[in-house]
Design a protein around this ligand. Structure first.
Ligand code: PEP
Length: 250
């Protein structure tokens, strides 16, 4: 059985003070959460949030990690820096990083290897753009992102990896892939992983859906056989909305 995982991606939102406030509101609302609950927050919020989540089930995540141990990489944050604050999860290869900051499957692969080497749990994002979808290239794009992004990753490594399937056209747009569509595409990713790394790896791998997930559509998406959770952007910024997704079964 794969344990569902709901992760918030705060992106470039919330000062440390605002972050404390949001966690204070969220804590009582997700007290009885059945899924694993993670908040991936800006670097400047990590310390405050690490303190604020104490005594709760909420786990701490970052939004990126450097591929090097340390050194002359202005603006980057290392895995050791994250681990010392208590970070457990890290988002890698979010479409906004690919779109605005030149991330490629190769840089995703380097960051992924570093996260694994340092014992961070990666949430690796993949997904097609609207143009790619309209040109019927979804499978080709996903295959490249998975094969190149996970180059040299072993079957054992997959035990701590989560993949987030995020169709780029559904992120922050209010457009959600239909539950059937998301399930089918995630099924394709799962079969690709099975073919490449083995049936057991594919069976056990948790794959999230991401893209305008909200309390009103979470139940339907989460009912799908292949969907093991959600990566949540906009709706993660309001305690009630995020908790509404976490508590999708209620
Ligand atoms: C995201 O950025 O990972 C995301 C899914 O955003 P939203 O939920 O706002 O579409």
């Amino acid at each position: 059985m794969r344990k569902p995982i709901i992760a918030g991606n705060w992106k470039m939102n919330k000062t440390a003070k605002e972050a404390e406030q949001l966690i204070a509101e969220l804590k009582p609302l997700v007290k009885g959460a059945k899924p694993e609950v993670v908040v991936c927050v800006p670097y400047t919020d990590l310390w405050a949030v690490s303190k604020a989540i104490e005594g709760s089930k909420i786990k701490l995540g970052a939004e990126n990690v450097a591929w090097a141990d340390s050194g002359a990489f202005t603006g980057e944050i290392s895995a050791d820096m994250l681990k010392e604050i208590g970070v457990e999860y890290v988002i890698i290869g979010h479409s906004e990083r690919r779109q605005y900051f030149g991330e490629t499957d190769e840089s995703v692969n380097a960051r992924l290897k570093q996260a694994l080497k340092k014992g961070l749990k990666p949430i690796v994002c993949v997904g097609e753009t609207l143009t790619e979808r309209e040109k019927n290239k979804t499978k080709r794009v996903l295959k490249k992102q998975v094969i190149d992004g996970f180059k040299d990753i072993t079957a054992e490594d997959f035990a701590s990896i989560v993949i987030a399937y995020e169709p780029v056209w559904a992120i922050g747009t209010g457009k959600t892939a239909t539950a059937e569509d998301a399930n089918k595409t995630i099924g394709f990713i799962r079969s690709l992983v099975k073919k490449t790394w083995g049936a057991q790896v594919g069976k056990e791998l948790r794959i999230q859906y991401g893209g305008s997930m909200k309390p009103s559509n979470a139940k339907e998406l989460m009912a799908m056989r292949n969907i093991d959770g959600g990566l949540i952007g906009g709706a993660a910024l309001k305690a009630e909305d995020f908790a509404g997704i976490v508590n999708y079964k209620k």
